[in-house]
Ligand binder design. Sequence first.
Ligand SMILES: Nc1nc2c(ncn2[C@@H]2O[C@H](COP(=O)(O)OP(=O)(O)OP(=O)(O)O)[C@@H](O)[C@H]2O)c(=O)[nH]1
Length: 365
Amino acid sequence: MFDLFSSIVALGTKNEHSSAVQKTRMLNMLVLLTILIAIVYSISYMYVLNAPLVALYNLVLTSGYFLSLFFSHQHHHKAAKTWYFSLIMLHLFICGNLFFTQESGFHFYYFLVPIGALLLFELKEKKLKTTLSLVAASLFLYCENTLNENPLHVFSEAANHLLSQSAFLVDMFAIILALTLFSKQIERHELGLIKQASTDMLTGLNNRRFFFQEGEKLLTKKNKENKSYSLLLIDLDYFKDINDKYGHAVGDECLIIVSDALQNVGPENKLCARIGGEEFAIILPRCGPKSAEVIAEHVRSAIEKITLTTSQGDSVECSGSIGISHNEVKNETLKELLEQADIALYKAKDNGRNQVVSYHQLTHS
Ligand SMILES: Nc1nc2c(ncn2[C@@H]2O[C@H](COP(=O)(O)OP(=O)(O)OP(=O)(O)O)[C@@H](O)[C@H]2O)c(=O)[nH]1
């Protein structure tokens, strides 16, 4: 049963972009919900309100919603939405102006049309969305001010009261549901944008922007708490040669593998980022000079162990030089720590590469 529900909700979502998938799923769900509510109404007309003819007509109208699911299945999304909203308006008009009188409160359901259209139509479908909403508003006003003299079924006052109350409740539920879905949509998009703006596209590591933003925050906090921390600046050796010899794509693959290795070495609470072409940085919170040197050595060794086999069968090896700095003298800023780590890194390159040099060692020797 659940599988059937899931496959109906997923109708027409294959190979669509994520926003269209969301909207199509929402429409399919709404169609199913409408069918369910309409069936519940038919059952109550039949057994509670004793109006079998109304129940039958209502079921015939309800079957029309399946066409919307068919349009979704055929990927005619605009047609699916337009048909759904048009049919729901026709359905309400027939209920309020043929089956019963406006005292049944069915015309209050017209409010669902602008809410649904706002959620389900794309921004560029403004005209269609506005037209449907205006038609719904006009029909509401018409029904509110017109009394059907010859209804198919005359309800008692209590039944009319019950029906109009149920319309209010469904309206309220729909507004809450729409707002919840809407805010979820916004939140999801916002999180996606934040992630995109802070991630390096090639390697998936944090990017330079995020590193500086979060690094400053982290260091200000640690400086205030008088806690020690270290910074590792890692630069791959002779990377230009790898690009020149094996091609840019192999160079890219190498950067990805190195990034994975960096993420897997050292403590979990580190801040690791790609801050330049073949340059990476790691901030190690609560980490003094000795521990930083041990971790840096693990990082160096992890990079050295990487071997990449190209499609031509060549083995590519890489190595990295690492400069370390600490907040030992005064509460250094991130910029100062990077400058110190850069001096140490330069020394590591100068000494022959594939090694770790600490700024602390340089200044104390
Ligand atoms: N494949 C690839 N290469 C990149 C990327 N970003 C920068 N590079 C290359 O990285 C190389 C860096 O070269 P250099 O600065 O000379 O450094 P190096 O060859 O590693 O030499 P040393 O640092 O002195 O050991 C350049 O050839 C850049 O084109 C990237 O995203 N992908």
